[in-house]
Design a protein around this ligand. Sequence first.
Ligand SMILES: *Cc1c(COP(=O)(O)O)cnc(C)c1O
Length: 478
Amino acid sequence: MPEYSRESFTDWDHVVAAVRPHLDALLDTQRTPWTRPVTSDDKAFYERSQEAGAAPERGTPLPELLTEITSTVLDRGYLNGAHPQYFGYFHPRPLPAAVLGDSIASLLNQSPAAWRMGPAATAMERETLSWVADFVGYPNATVPGGIFTSGGTMANISALKLARDAVLGDAVRENGVTGGGTVYVSSELHYSISRAMDFLGMGRAALRVVPTDRAGRISVPALRERIGADVRAGHRPVAVVGLAGATATGAIDPLTDLAQVAADHHMWFHVDGAAAAVFAGLPRTQELFTGLASADSVTLDPHKWMFVPYGLGCLLVRDASRLSASFADQAHYWNHDSRTDFVFLGPEGARPWKSLGLWLALRHLGREGYADLLLGNLDVARHLADRVRATDGLELLTDPVLPICCFRAVPERDGVDLAEYTERLHRAVVERGDFHLTVCHPNGEPYLRVAVNNYTTRNEHVDALLEAVTDARAALDA
Ligand SMILES: *Cc1c(COP(=O)(O)O)cnc(C)c1O
């Protein structure tokens, strides 16, 4: 019998026996991530992806395919976020408990989309939502006071839909947006906010981008002025979006002030805390987030600083009845259940039970465990900031309030274009293959951005980065 017989792809004993010898190589990606480069990106992958392929006609035995995955994905086209010297865009090193959760969820194939698609999955997802709200100190008397989504983008789009419907009136669901409505956010916004304006028919032109101070926080006087001018011009202000951890710099807007502005104009107040709202749950950092509890909705991505694998975002909502007001629907084939059907509380249909990984991680680590990992990240970012401050020729953007540190090198010679210099410096450091970091431009100024989003990153790793940066600077200045 050939190995790709019906039995070989449906018989679990057969599959498990085939997979077992390959597990070690896969687990090594997490055990010893530093033995691989931080990124590998073979040109051949891109070229191959440009060509249309024919679907496989004949089967291939699993062991052969697993060998191929190891030799191609891992060796030639792999973002090694588990590496302690990965400082790029949020790409958490996943917790073992969370990976286990994903695997179990796939194996059992339960969906929390509707009670009957997974009664325990739905009940546990409700429970997990209430834990997230409690973790960050967000009052939600109603359960479920929110939804899980595929990520922060979908959570932000959903939040602005709640805002649109609540402020412009639920009739917009039938008639579409007619009068328009304006939304306010700082220039540090995530692109999902402008995407939401487009998606929801409010139009990107109705998004008002408000300037920030040097630390990247929204200017409240400028915000008030802009709202005043819009009201005088006959616009209807719909929502204020506060950032609780800007993607680039980690800046946290003055949330209490924003809550007041929103209340003064009967607007929805949404907090985009996709990356960092989890820090609101730690005694050492919670003060930065004062005002978060007054928000009408909060976005939080467990797949960033809660260390679960990609695919889990979350939207917490104060008045949970707004979820069904915005997402209720009917279909003749759907037999409604009086228990929870998440399909009619959010934008997505059948969903994987991604929240099981978070349920396991929260149970396994507890708040204490998370505090240990998160404050560890923060201490490393602060250590880097201290080192930058003490190094000639380096310039810190601001003291990091979260585990993101932005700094730059100043060229020795005058008249050098700083943006170009920063790009070249960045390339020189990344090309070595043992570091990954990015460049950002808060208020149009170029900076290197170092995010510490890996719980195995220690001071020695940012010390090594700093050495690489100063070496690259010396080479550029030579
Ligand atoms: C990452 C991020 C998002 C988007 O989240 P995804 O999970 O990538 O869709 C939104 N807002 C902020 C502030 C973010 O950092």
